[in-house]
Structures are given as C-alpha cells and as structure tokens.
Write a protein that binds this ligand. Structure first.
Ligand code: NAI
Ligand code: MG
Length: 354
C-alpha cells in the first residue's frame, strides 16, 4: 500500500533531521516491502516567509488534508518573532486538522542514561498526553495602551467540557493499554480557579468509566519535583497544552536529551491526517553543523508508521534505533561523538539487517 506523506522540514535542524527521517523511512519501506511512502515536500519556512511574506499559501491547510500523514521538522528562526512563525504554521495545522491530542512518550533508550538523575531504564517510562487544541494556547486576548508605559495584555485560556472530556478519555485509554494502568492528572487548580477546576471535575467524572485505571492528581509545580525525585511513581500523564509542553521538555532532558523526544499530533477520529514531529525546535545554535541528534525524528517516524497501521514495523524501527544507541553510536547531546549522518547511516544499516 502507498501512503502519501506531506513533509514540512521548516527551519534550522528541522531540515537536517527531516532529511534523515525520510532516508530511514525509505529504507524501512524498501526493506520490508509491506508499504510504500510517497513524499511531497513543502518549502514552508521562515526563510521563505522573509522572501514571500507567507509561511503557508492560502489553501495550505486544504492541501495538507489530502495526505495520509504529515511529517514536520521544526519552525522558528531568530530573525522572525517566534509568535509569528508558530502561529503561521504549526499551531494552525494542529487546530485546523483537529489534532487535539499530542502524545509524547519518554523513556531511556538502550546505551544511554539520564544525565541528571540516578535512575534505571525501567524507572523512567512515561507517556505524556498533551491537550493540543485549546487551553493556554487558544490565541485569545489582546493588548491595550500599546507602546505606552501602561501597556496591558491579556492571554486568555479557554477550557471547554467537550475538549477536556475527549482528552481525558484518550488519556484513560492510553493508561489502560499499558501494563501499569496508571494515570496522573496535572493541573494548577489551587491558584487557577476556573478552567483548572473544570479539568479536575471532568477528570473525576471520566474516571468512573475506568475503574481498572489507578489515578492520582498533581499540581504542576509539585509535578516537576516528582518527575525528578520519584520517576518510577509515574506512568501515563495528562496535562493542559502549556503544562504538558513544559513537562515534556523536562521529561526529555531527564531521559537523555531533548534530541530524542518524539511527538504525535493526532486526530483520533482519523478524519484528518495526523502530524509527527520531534518535540525540539530549530536549534539555531547547532543548525548547519551536521551534529543534530536525529533520534527524536526517527522515533517520531516510527510513531507515524504505527499510526498508519504497522505496529510491528514501528517496533522494529525502534529496535534498530536502540541497537545503534546501544552500540554507542550517538550524537554529542547523548554523550557520543558522532554526527547526524553517521547515526542515520547506522540506523539504515540496522534496518537492512532485519
Ligand atoms: P530548541 O529545541 O530548538 O533548542 C533547545 C536546545 O536544545 C538548544 O541548545 C539546542 O541546540 C538543543 N537541541 C534541540 N534539538 C536538538 C537535537 N536534535 N540534537 C541536539 N541538540 C538539540 O528550542 P529553542 O532554542 O527554545 O527554540 C529555537 C526555535 O525553535 C525558536 O524559534 C522556537 O520558537 C522554535 N521551536 C519550534 C518548535 C516546533 O516547531 N514545534 C518547538 C520548539 C521550539
Ligand atoms: Mg515545546
């Protein structure tokens, strides 16, 4: 079966790691022969924005809807304000294509270790479920008295019962599918007394439907401490758009590096294509040096393969990635000495062996 994939490499290391991921996906499909990918690359980036004045053409979202999946690198570059790049590309895609769940798995890969804490590989194995459609990233608000000493801005968070219900159900289903059947819900409902209280309420309602899932509830500040001091006490985690954004960067750092962490922006109804991307950004500080860690991009590619219906192939790809990290072929952020290309070639060689 042929799957059409829209590729948006974007900016900085997004370009390097997308190229690496496409190479690995092509090797995987050639080797297994069970599926094929038909990639279409879109040059939507900050560089093009400076030339043309737009990130996505007017019918960009319509174009994307025709694909089976979207593979995304990263967007953002120092000479364009970040709120413009994010709100011109990645956020509209997530919203328009109803990708209301963002799944962010975290674990310590073979041959690597937590750089920050003492913990074994079995101690840190989490899935963070991020609400991806509303909350703090609703884009609502405004500024008055602009350019005066009294400039006043509001950033309005929006929380709706239907959106909270659907993310909670997804989180409970995820927790239920994992061996430990454990879900931790994160809010800040002591200080934020409207939206966060609604989150708590919906959580306890949906919980009734899942008597076999063990649950607990954390405030986001205390959660950061628990992640560092008691990683083994956590399994599946559900949090708002902003909280999960922050917690997943921390999770990535604890598990090895932000360079390994994947994410899936899912429309669970499958009416729209889902989008797969590493959680890191364009990393201007290392862009163009050939040293970006492609593992987060490969892991995201594996999750795309899984979403398209090939769970075994996805597990196989993860095995190949871990054979490479396990053999010590790693980039600098994981304590290794290799560049993007060497790691990519090594993963391709592992795929060939299967
Ligand atoms: P970043 O994730 O790009 O970089 C943070 C740090 O991690 C840097 O020191 C970088 O060198 C390192 N790093 C990131 N990915 C790495 C990899 N694969 N291998 C090795 N090291 C890696 O975050 P930052 O610096 O806050 O943002 C840079 C730009 O990216 C900004 O314009 C930001 O808005 C954008 N961004 C875009 C995202 C997206 O497209 N989804 C997500 C996060 C940031
Ligand atoms: Mg982030």
């Amino acid at each position: 079966k042929v799957h059409t994939i829209a590729c948006i490499p974007g900016d900085g290391i997004g370009v390097d790691i997308t190229e690496a991921a496409v190479q690995v996906l092509q090797k995987l499909s050639q080797t297994l022969g069970a599926f094929e990918f038909d990639f279409t690359t879109f040059d939507w980036s900050s560089e093009k924005y400076k030339e043309r004045g737009w990130y996505m053409p007017e019918d960009g979202l319509e174009q994307l809807k025709k694909f089976d999946a979207i593979y995304f690198g990263a967007v953002g570059w120092p000479d364009v304000p970040d709120h413009i790049s994010l709100w011109s590309l990645i956020l509209p895609i997530r919203k328009a294509l109803s990708q209301y769940v963002n799944v962010r798995p975290t674990r310590i890969l073979r041959g690597t270790e937590s750089p920050l804490m003492k913990c074994s590989r079995s101690d840190l194995d989490w899935i963070i479920i991020r609400e991806n459609s509303e909350g703090e990233y609703s884009g609502q608000g405004g500024t008055t008295h602009e350019n005066t000493p009294f400039a006043t801005a509001t950033e309005v968070s929006i929380f709706t019962q239907p959106a909270i219900e659907r993310i909670m159900r997804f989180a409970f289903e995820t927790a239920k599918s994992r061996p430990r059947k454990k879900l931790t819900m994160v809010t800040k409902s002591n200080a934020q007394r409207h939206g966060m209280v609604l989150w708590d309420k919906v959580f306890y309602q949906i919980k009734e439907e899942y008597p076999d899932v063990e649950t607990d509830k954390m405030l986001v500040d205390a959660m950061t401490v628990r992640m560092v001091l008691h990683p083994q006490s956590l399994d599946t985690i559900v949090a708002t758009n902003l909280h999960a954004d922050i917690l997943s960067d921390l999770a990535a750092a604890l598990s090895g590096s932000i360079g390994i962490a994947p994410s899936s922006n899912l429309d669970p109804t499958r009416k729209n294509p889902s989008m797969f991307e590493p959680i890191h950004g364009s990393a201007p500080d290392i862009a163009g040096k050939g040293i970006a860690n492609p593992v987060g991009a490969f892991w995201s590619a594996a999750e795309m393969v899984r979403w398209l219906g090939y769970g075994e192939a996805a597990d196989g790809l993860m095995e190949c990635i871990e054979n490479v990290t396990g053999a010590g072929i790693k980039t600098k952020d994981l304590g290794g000495f290799e560049g993007t290309k060497r790691v990519t070639d090594a993963v391709c060689a592992e795929i060939e062996k299967t």
